[in-house]
Design a protein around this ligand. Structure first.
Ligand SMILES: [Fe+2]
Ligand SMILES: [Fe+2]
Length: 364
């Protein structure tokens, strides 16, 4: 077969033909993609979108004339209409997770948004690619329902309280054995610290009784019960969590709170467990979660377990960090006096810290 003469004209036509064919293929890929894809200009105006984008946001009109990308995705620190010219100039790709609240837990959406600047087109300035990661949230919702059903069952059969708490806590242990060992140590630390508090402040705080000291230690094992609702990919991730994964992880306080809602305000063992589960990540300075409570607005049980939980986390290996020594843990906790932790509780801890070291050794 003779080779085609390589004239400038035929070469140009070949290029145009190839580009048209490539354009057609690209269009097919974009149209059939399960990711939402939109083309936008430098002002954030939507120029075109694919069917998945429309489906994702429930859009039922055909033309994009009046649509603006920030009508669909919320602005953030790294992404807003004002920032688009700068992002274009520097050809910066933005990748972020976005949580869209819904009327109900099951209506919420978790989206991964990627904004890619293009410097090849006179009209289209960015491509926005949106991946739906809502299955993480669905799993969360389903597990929450599971805990609720389980609690109802336990209440129906009215088993021994202490045994119930351990059964509940072991649900977390089933998914992550290190959490199970962590729970037993946190129980022992909490018991010791609560006793120290009772001996120091019992005369002043009359409601802190021998019985309270006994109860708080047992109920402390429930502090992470909400983790049963966190997906394995987040709970067992060996690396640092992304901000969005961290938000999902923080939900463990609410999950426990909602699951144990019936016990709110009651004088039963599960109500103290609920209080601890909901407040063990609050900080004395108001910078904790989930409600940013500060000072004595945080129940005493939450303030005590917060310190014990942190001490244990510092002195043991975690998938993302190595253990530090008892001495280093004491220094860190001292440094957080009046910041993360109640100053009085830190003082009590420093009185009994030798016992923490001993408990740690015995339970290793
Ligand atoms: Fe926790
Ligand atoms: Fe914990």
């Amino acid at each position: 077969m003779m080779a085609k003469p390589d004239t400038p004209n035929s070469s140009f036509l070949d290029i145009v033909e190839n580009l048209c064919a490539l354009n057609g293929k690209l269009e097919t890929i974009v149209e059939s993609s399960t990711n939402g894809i939109a083309e936008i200009d430098i002002y954030g105006r939507i120029l075109a979108w694919n069917p998945s984008f429309q489906k994702l946001f429930g859009i039922n009109h055909a033309n994009t004339d009046k649509d603006f990308i920030f009508d669909y995705i919320p602005v953030g620190d790294d992404l807003s209409a004002e920032m688009l010219p700068k992002l274009y100039e520097k050809q910066t790709v933005v990748l972020r997770d976005v949580l869209l609240e819904g009327a109900d837990m099951k209506d919420r959406k978790l989206l991964e948004v990627k904004l890619v600047p293009l410097d090849i087109s006179p009209r289209i300035d960015f491509i926005v690619i949106i991946k739906d990661k809502s299955d993480i949230l669905t799993a969360l919702h389903n597990r929450e329902l599971f805990i609720k059903a389980l609690l109802d069952l336990i209440e129906d059969i009215k088993v021994d309280n202490r045994k119930t708490i351990y059964n509940l806590a072991s649900l977390v242990e089933l998914r992550d054995t290190t959490t199970g060992e962590h729970l037993k140590r946190v129980e022992a630390f909490t018991h010791r610290l609560a006793r120290g508090y009772y001996e120091t402040f019992g005369e002043r705080d009359h409601w802190v009784t021998e019985e309270y000291v006994e109860d708080i230690g047992v109920s402390a094992v429930l502090h992470d019960i909400g983790k049963i609702g966190i997906s394995d990919s987040i709970l067992m991730k060996p690396d640092k969590l992304t901000p969005c994964e961290m938000d999902a992880m923080k939900q463990h306080t609410y999950i426990a709170g909602r699951a144990l809602e019936k016990h709110q305000g009651k004088k039963d063992f599960l109500s103290l467990g609920r209080e601890i589960a909901m407040t063990h990540h609050e900080k004395w300075n108001g910078k904790g979660y989930p409600k940013q409570l500060a000072g004595t607005d945080i129940p005493l049980s939450g303030r005590i377990v917060a310190l014990c939980d942190t001490y244990d986390a510092i002195t043991h290996d975690r998938p993302y960090k190595n253990a530090l020594s008892h001495r280093e843990a004491c220094e860190i906790i001292k440094g957080e006096r009046g910041e993360s932790f109640d100053p009085e509780i830190v003082d009590v801890f420093l009185e009994v810290e030798k016992d923490f070291e001993r408990i740690n050794e015995e339970m290793r």
